[in-house]
Design a protein around this ligand. Sequence first.
Ligand SMILES: Nc1ncnc2c1ncn2[C@@H]1O[C@H](COP(=O)(O)OP(=O)(O)OP(=O)(O)O)[C@@H](O)[C@H]1O
Length: 312
Amino acid sequence: MDQKALQFLNLFSISLLTGYLTAEYVWPFIKRRLWNRSSIQRRLRHEEELSYGALHPDEISTGFEDIGGNEEAILRLRQLTDLLLAPPTNASRLLHAPSGLLLYGPPGCGKTMIARALAKSSGVRFLSLNLATIMDKWVGETEKYIEALFSLARKIAPVIIFVDEIDALTRKRGAGEREWSSGMKAQLLTFWDGLQSDRTEGVIILGATNRPQDIDEAFLRRMPVQIKIDLPGLEQRAAILRILLEDLDTPDVIDVDLIAEMATGCSGSDIHEMARRTVLNTTLSKTIPDTESFLTELDLLQSEKINCRRYI
Ligand SMILES: Nc1ncnc2c1ncn2[C@@H]1O[C@H](COP(=O)(O)OP(=O)(O)OP(=O)(O)O)[C@@H](O)[C@H]1O
């Protein structure tokens, strides 16, 4: 073989070897680095998006003084939160509170208000998770949001992560369930367990739902304290009304107890709506809101609700 052919063969073998090494080792390494970098950037973007739902305690306007009734539930929640945010050092691990709590009960009865007031009174941030932000994304994207949620929570701890309608995220797993959905739940459980094993981080997950029966057992187990926030009783309805009427000039011409009695079956939200409409209408008609005007609005509201339910 002449010199030129030998040189060509050498060059050819070196290029082949270089090509092979590049394809086998260098390119995957570069790809991994690029992927990691874009993955970190993506997580940071998601963290930023999620942080729009985070409030500093000073930014929270709802306090326990704005909530009528629910004293027992509030007391229990405050004790648990204190325990969670400052776990007793050197004490038995059994004294540690669980990192997940669940508020359940009919709509409009104050679950969200209680969660916000809890964060404010404990002096911790309130991170409200908007499920629309993290669900209905491309396959794999929801998992990224969940990862970002927990990394953000760790950065801004102590924090209460509030997940309204948590049943939508933690629904019972079934045979026909889509793969992405069961993957997302598995990942949520993994991150949640990460919190449980390191309790000093001051991250509490507070779920709220109207449908606790839909929540998967695995998630219920991670929210072992389940507190019912029920429809208000007579005294509680009167308490809510008194709070709502505090800034009216003429509260003494209003028979709060009578209105509360007539409002049987109403939620706090219904009472708020009745009071809002009454004050709006009397302001428009330049009259003074009295017992009669409240009862008229209550009647209207109740018949609207009956008609609406009939239609459904
Ligand atoms: N106990 C209460 N005291 C004072 N106001 C209340 C109370 N419960 C409900 N409200 C009124 O009803 C509104 C809705 O309450 P909130 O959003 O906390 O209910 P919720 O239980 O979280 O409802 P949902 O399950 O539909 O999310 C409040 O903004 C407030 O005006």
